[in-house]
Design a protein around this ligand. Structure first.
Ligand code: GRG
Length: 310
């Protein structure tokens, strides 16, 4: 466990250049996102959408989607519209999560939150705009993929965002706030839905675009669920151990809000051990693909850096 932003300290297989891979994939995603939304009339809403979409972030979900599509024999071109849509949806969820009615945060990705810059009304609409545009973008921009696969991606993403995913997780999170009797099962439910559902969709949708088999989809789904939970455990640990500068968002929020977190159940050391075990389990799902799965292996390893920006 480390709270450094120095890539060279991340453990990776010696043959795989994790830094080069991530930087390269992130740059491609960044360029595609930049092209995805133009500022037209009414400028204010497009600017607000672009403000949060282009505010940085690790681009973990797009990178996962591209990696699984390529692992399953597909191409970057096939997956890029879905990869961008995943980041639009993720960004929407962050904008709404930061609103005064939810987490009430002033900083995100090292910058003022959307509502702090544009006001609450525009921030809500910027989230709505990004959410609907994400689905339009997949439907209108995906090439070289059969319509059945595109439809499946749209259906899976819809499910991951709605009450069966992000929205459901957020509701249970809000209901649990300030309650002294939240169980670890409830905490798992929150994170499996709030964070895990979109990470899983990122991994599985990349593979669906490449027409992967059901067995492969299930393996990838288990990989994603494990890294999703590990990611969240470490996020909770970092909320205690990292600085605002390292996180790009307010540190110490969970303690302040008296939220149930993994360290509040297990302590920091046991939380780190559980996260390492989940990452080992995630990697075990990839063994069948050998060397080809190195990008996904490496991404599982960087889950250890969770919300530290790189
Ligand atoms: C309105 C449809 C609709 C949904 C909104 C607000 C909400 C429902 C859900 C909250 C989802 C949420 C904020 C989950 C937390 C996910 C998480 C771990 C965020 C941090 O992800 P990183 O580390 O961030 O990938 P970067 O900035 O690197 O992208």
């Amino acid at each position: 466990m480390t709270s450094t932003t120095d890539h060279s300290r991340v453990m990776t297989p010696p043959t795989f250049d994790l830094v080069g891979y991530l930087t390269g994939q992130q740059a491609k995603v960044e360029a595609a996102l930049d092209q995805s939304i133009a500022v037209i009339y009414p400028q204010k809403i497009y600017e607000a959408m672009r403000y949060s979409l282009m505010a940085g972030g690790k681009r973990l979900r797009p990178v996962l989607c591209l990696a699984t599509c390529e692992l399953m024999g597909g191409t970057l071109e096939m997956a890029m519209p879905t990869a961008c849509a995943l980041e639009m949806i993720h960004t929407m969820s962050l904008i709404h999560d930061d609103l005064p009615a939810m987490d009430n945060d002033d900083y995100r990705r090292g910058k003022l939150t959307n509502h702090k810059v544009y006001g609450e009304d525009i921030a809500i609409l910027a989230g709505d705009g990004l959410l609907s545009y994400a689905f339009e973008f997949i439907a209108a921009q995906t090439v070289q993929v059969a319509p059945q696969q595109v439809l499946q991606v749209i259906a899976r993403l819809g499910r991951a965002v709605g009450a069966a995913g992000l929205v459901g997780g957020q509701v249970v999170d809000l209901e649990s706030e300030g309650k002294p009797d939240v169980t670890v099962e409830t905490l798992n439910f929150i994170h499996r839905h709030k964070t895990g559902a979109l990470l899983e969709a990122s991994v599985v949708c990349g593979a669906v675009l490449a027409n992967a088999t059901e067995v492969d989809l299930q393996r990838l789904s288990r990989y994603a669920q494990n890294i999703g939970l590990a990611f969240q455990i470490i996020d909770d640990v970092l909320d205690i151990t990292a600085t605002q500068e390292e996180l790009g968002k307010t540190a110490g929020k969970d303690l302040q809000a008296q939220k149930a977190t993994y360290p509040s159940f297990w302590g920091i050391e046991e939380s780190q051990r559980q996260a390492s075990q989940l990452i080992a389990d995630a990697k075990a799902e990839l063994v069948a693909w050998g060397e080809k799965a190195q990008p996904l292996m490496a991404i599982a390893t960087i889950s250890l850096l969770a919300n530290i920006r790189f």
